[in-house]
Design a protein around this ligand. Structure first.
Ligand code: GDP
Ligand code: IMO
Ligand code: MG
Length: 436
């Protein structure tokens, strides 16, 4: 028999994007952070763009965890993150200029540093892919994780000693620069190029690069509330996503735990964040994509332009097959459906319940991108839509009948999970917390 312990249990909530990113994770993390003790960004890098709109204003975060607005919360950039020091310096400066203190930010010494040479390589790799391009954010994320896997990457801990860091960088770059044999070596492949950055980052971050395990352990010991902030979306996960049109980290719940250094059995809830429709930036299959006026209308109403790159997001109807798959690999306990307000006045809406490929029915989600792009949606539900402005609704019951029916139909993809949050506007307060 297992014995139950008397200690106060911590609440550990993982917030996971359920689609292809930009589901509104930043907003949900900001909301949950109101009483969180620790918020951890655990994977990905500044390819993520998390928008938060609260009493302090509207912010686009790329590396800083969305718990930064609560002065009582410890915010950790975890071991699994690809950390571009230039971006972080800029992000912190912007936050501080707007009165948001980064005093409670901590950086894992194990996070891997992303430099301009990674961005250079990302651009070159994309150019070389031709028609097979991924449509990356060109933030150097793939090349940073490649260096990590090759065991030549620089970890954030190296910033504690800038001279040694530059020396190590010189050694890595001298090997990398061999690809330019016979031609001029770009500045990004010379260690001198980074001297100012490394000294500035060392100065600014030196004291906040601290072992994060004791912080996590100590807070777990006293029953604290944690939020682990996922980046990207489940369908962009390196292993479980629509390979090869994916990102270079694990954006599903397992990846979040590894990147945060959170003992898996301490996890208490997994919140899956889903837009009431869906979007995708970059290349790759999306069977429900709307290449028509309705898609354009939803894009404009929902301001569906990338937070990181400004690219127009591809818009499509909610894909229940993909959502069910995301649920299988993440085990959501709670669901947040965001941007329900964007669908007000958007006409009839549909939910995809299967695919057809070359006349054959396809029931399960397909992660082989070459197959997925050939799948056509089969719509199992069509809804009248609603025209009312729903942004002042306080409860689920305040929503128009068709909006309630639509949410209930979406929830059919998530057996065993509860509808927990409904996003009805951009601001922190534009959220219905559904009763359990
Ligand atoms: P993330 O990457 O998952 O954090 O999402 P992004 O911030 O990239 O994109 C989501 C966009 O939708 C942002 O502009 C948010 O401000 C906005 N947003 C989030 N939830 C809602 C909602 O319920 N309604 C509306 N209208 N906008 C929302
Ligand atoms: P958030 O956290 C949407 C997509 C890129 C591209 C693919 C690989 O804001 O939801 P990468 O630069 O990661 O090598 O690009 O992944 N992508 C995202 N799309 N939101 C994101 O993050 C994304 N992060 C990566 O568009 O298709
Ligand atoms: Mg985003």
């Amino acid at each position: 028999m297992f014995r139950t312990s008397a200690r106060k249990e911590s609440e550990v909530i993982a917030v996971v994007g359920g689609q292809w990113g930009d589901e509104g994770k930043g907003k949900i993390v900001d909301y949950l952070s109101a009483d969180a003790d620790v918020v951890i960004r655990s994977q990905g890098g500044d390819n993520a763009g998390h928008t938060v709109s609260n009493d302090l204003g509207k912010f686009a975060l790329h590396l800083v965890p969305a718990g930064i607005f609560n002065p009582k919360t410890v915010n950790i950039i975890g071991a699994g993150v690809a950390l571009n020091p230039k971006t972080l310096l800029k992000e912190i400066a912007e936050l501080e200029a707007r009165g948001v203190s980064a005093q409670n930010l901590r950086i894992s010494p194990k996070a891997h540093l992303a430099f301009d040479y990674h961005l250079f390589l990302d651009r070159a790799q994309e150019d070389g892919r031709g028609e097979k391009k991924i449509g990356t954010t060109k933030r150097g994320i793939g090349p940073t994780y490649m260096d990590k896997a090759e065991r030549i990457g620089l970890q954030a801990r190296m910033l504690r000693n800038p001279d040694k860091c530059l020396q190590e960088l010189r050694s890595v770059l001298s090997k990398k620069a061999k690809i330019f044999s016979g031609s001029a070596i770009p500045d990004e492949f010379k260690a001198e190029y980074y001297e100012g950055l490394i000294r500035e980052a060392a100065e600014k971050f030196g004291k906040i690069i601290v072992d994060t395990e004791p912080i996590v352990h100590e807070h777990l010991g006293r029953g604290a509330k944690f939020v682990i902030e996922g980046a990207h979306g489940a369908l962009l996960d390196l292993d479980h996503g629509t390979y090869p049109k994916v990102t270079a980290s694990n954006s599903t719940v397992g990846g979040l735990l590894v990147g945060a250094g959170m003992p898996p059995l301490r996890l208490t809830r997994v919140v899956g964040v889903f837009k009431a429709y869906q979007t995708r930036v970059g290349e790759g299959g999306m069977p429900t994509e709307l290449k028509n006026e309705q898609g354009d209308l939803i894009r404009e109403r929902g301001h569906e332009y990338g937070t990181t790159t400004g690219r127009p997001r591809r818009v499509g109807f909610f894909d229940s097959v993909a959502a069910q798959y995301a649920h299988e690999i993440n085990g959501f306990t709670d669901i947040a459906i965001t941007k329900l307000d964007t669908l007000s006045g958007a006409g009839n809406i549909k939910i995809c319940s299967g695919y057809k490929c070359k006349g054959q029915a396809v029931e399960r989600f397909q992660t082989d991108d070459e197959f997925l792009i050939q799948c056509e949606p089969v719509y199992g539900g069509e809804f009248d839509g609603w025209n009312e402005n729903i942004s002042s609704a306080k409860n689920f019951d305040d929503l128009p009948e068709s909006a309630r029916q639509y949410c209930n139909a979406i929830m059919k993809a998530f057996t065993g999970a509860e509808m927990r949050f409904l996003g009805i506007g951009e601001k922190r307060s534009d959220l219905i917390e559904c009763e359990q």
